[in-house]
Ligand binder design. Structure first.
Ligand code: DON
Length: 434
């Protein structure tokens, strides 16, 4: 009962969303025109792999364009940023997903979320000049790693789309004529359509999104599928281009990096928090699921999920600031807490500087610090170094070793201890245990 709190919320949300029957199925792919329009599901996958779901979360459908960010991630990981960026840009096109267009000047597709960019990205998987079937299989394997289970292709959707793939063939031939594609255009379209025809469930998509939200590490398999710098690039492109010509509305109103597919899937990945997926096959004029878009609007506002709505980072980092002991043993103790990044570290430095400690000893207590990023570590170490130059003794209380050895090496002579041992209960005398 208690454990189903989030699932109950999702059940309410999809019940409310169900009354909207506007939009239409993706009829340009004959097999998709046979989809069951009433299907409706929503799932949240958390960083520890827990999935909260409601509705048809285990009904399979084809991934379609939701494959694009994941294949972009695989291409970046395999080929590196420079090579991928030479072939595909990162600018929002403001156009439909299947627009026949290239960036003026570079001749590159605008971004990897529109078909032109996705075709070029698909061709970057595996060795250049490699076999088209092996490339497509490699893509399916990569998507499976993101899902954490072996995914398969829906052969009937695949052959159905291939029969009517004139637009994608036109785009691929255009890319070939501009030298963006060096492979046979038909083979690339074939592989790209296989990529789009991979079967997933809403639960799978939530887990794939959670892998992006979890800095590239799958929440259940713990496999680091791509590294953090790749995930940052992918999420940035999803935020700006994932919803095609509705991207501006999306990023301002929903504010979650997202990607839609014409079979009705929609994912959102909120870094550090949650992977979200919805499924409902009727689409709006942009090719995005009508009910999916509505659900994301609701999730974002109900739960404050907009990327730009972040809690003040610095206010709470100094939990307490006390002077303990007396005489020669007096110590200024700053108890720090939570996640510390640049603004938090700046706050700590200022707190110490404003106090201009006359005491001989300053202790920074990191016991309650859950994370401290690279810049914050460097700033605290520099603070410690400067204090020691001023003749202060600095004690870093760091039981979980949140500050790395590498940074500590730059700190000069500071004492790192697991805890302060108080000599008496009223903290009037204390000694540091080394
Ligand atoms: O390229 C196509 O037409 C499809 N296989 C995928 C398009 C798609 O999902 C667009 N997204 N909403």
């Amino acid at each position: 009962m208690i454990g189903s709190l989030v699932a109950d919320y999702l059940t309410d949300a999809i019940q409310d969303a169900a009354s909207d029957t506007s939009g239409s199925l993706a009829e340009y792919i004959p097999e998709l025109a046979n989809a069951r329009p009433q299907n409706l599901a929503a799932a949240f996958a958390m960083a520890d792999g827990t999935v909260h779901g409601a509705g048809d979360v285990d009904v399979p459908f084809t991934i379609q364009s939701i494959s694009k960010p994941f294949v972009y991630a695989l291409a970046l990981a395999e080929r590196g940023f420079d090579e991928v960026l030479r072939k595909v840009g990162v600018e929002p096109s403001g156009e439909a997903f299947n627009q026949i267009s290239l960036e003026v000047g570079t001749g590159r597709p605008f971004n990897p979320m529109i078909n032109a960019g996705a075709l070029a990205t698909h061709a970057l998987i595996g060795p250049s000049g490699g076999d088209a079937h092996e490339r497509a299989q490699r893509v399916v394997d990569g998507l499976s790693a993101f899902a954490g289970r072996r995914l398969v292709v829906d052969e009937s959707v695949c052959s159905s789309e291939m029969e009517t793939a004139h637009r994608n063939l036109a785009i691929a031939h255009m890319l070939r004529s501009y030298g963006i594609l060096e492979e046979d255009p038909r083979a690339v379209v074939d592989g790209y359509i296989r990529q789009c025809s991979v079967l997933v469930t809403t639960r799978d998509l939530a887990m794939m999104a959670a892998t992006l939200a979890n800095h590239g590490r799958h929440p259940l398999t713990s496999e680091q599928i791509v590294d953090e710098s790749v995930v940052r690039q992918v999420l940035s492109v999803m935020a700006t281009c994932g919803m095609y010509d509705a991207a501006g509305d999306w990023v301002t109103q929903v504010g979650i990096p997202a990607k839609s597919g014409v079979a009705g899937g929609l994912i959102g990945a909120l870094p550090g928090q949650v992977g979200i997926a919805t499924f409902s096959p009727r689409l709006d004029r942009h090719g995005n699921s009508v009910r999916g878009v509505n659900l994301f609007h609701r999730f974002s506002s109900d739960m404050g999920l907009h990327l730009m709505s972040v809690p003040p980072a610095s206010r709470a980092v100094v939990r307490s600031h006390r002077i303990v002991g007396d005489g020669a043993d007096v110590i200024r103790v700053l108890q720090l807490q939570g996640g510390i990044r640049f603004a938090g570290a700046e706050r700590i430095v200022r707190e110490v500087a404003d106090a201009s400690p006359g005491e001989h000893t300053v202790a920074l207590d990191l016991t309650l610090v859950s994370s401290i990023d690279d810049v914050a570590q460097r700033m605290l170490v520099e603070l410690a170094r400067r204090l020691t130059i001023d003749g202060c003794r600095v004690i870093l209380i760091d039981p979980e070793s949140v500050v790395s050895e590498t940074h500590l090496a730059d700190a000069g002579s500071i004492d790192v201890v697991p805890r302060l041992l108080l000599a008496s209960a009223d903290e009037d005398r204390l000694t540091a245990r080394m």
